[in-house]
Design a protein around this ligand. Structure first.
Ligand code: ZN
Ligand code: ZN
Length: 175
């Protein structure tokens, strides 16, 4: 996602991009990105310094961490970035390192590459344990039945439900 720095005017600039999962290197993760990823940018330029407000939305297909069903989820990401010209930073120390959700990026006076910031913001907002619904009943640890769809007669009280071990085993068997 390259932005041409000479084309940015002083003050506000508004740009739209339509990225793909592969252009943002969002492939090979634990989730799959189902659609293109639109990104809206507001870039406020003051000479070499550029403040960026970005928003993006993505749709992912991920596995419910309890029942392993594939679920599709759309989510929005917003972040800010402070961009400066390469080399300017060392003279000014760590100014602009405001922490939190503010990213720092550099341009060379010609191009500003914001792809890694967008990628990072999206990856950081992925849930650790996605669920198909908040009250997902998960799988029976004895027979593996999806308890949202079926009931079984297993005596589940006796089994220590070591979910992660069971899930790993199931994934291996499916491959
Ligand atoms: Zn589930
Ligand atoms: Zn069962």
């Amino acid at each position: 996602m390259k932005i041409s720095v000479p084309e940015l005017q002083e003050g506000d600039n508004f740009l739209q991009f339509r990225e793909t999962p592969s252009s943002l290197e969002l492939t090979g993760l634990s989730v799959e990105f189902a659609t293109d990823i639109p990104v809206s940018l507001r870039l406020q330029r003051r000479k070499d310094e550029i403040l960026v407000w970005a928003s993006a939305s993505a749709t992912v297909t991920e596995e419910c961490s309890r029942c392993l069903k594939a679920v599709e989820r759309k989510f929005d990401v917003e972040f800010e970035a402070f961009c400066d010209k390469i080399g300017a930073r060392s003279e000014k120390g760590e100014a602009g390192q405001e922490g939190g959700e503010t990213f720092v990026a550099f341009h060379d006076g010609t191009t500003l590459e914001l792809g890694p910031c967008v990628r990072e913001a999206i990856v950081l907002s992925l849930p650790m344990k996605p669920l198909c619904s908040d009250d997902c009943k998960g799988l029976c640890p004895v027979c593996g039945a999806n308890l949202n769809e079926n009931s079984c007669t297993c005596d589940r009280g006796r089994v220590d439900p070591r979910w992660s071990a069971l899930e790993k085993l199931r994934k291996k068997e499916e491959k």
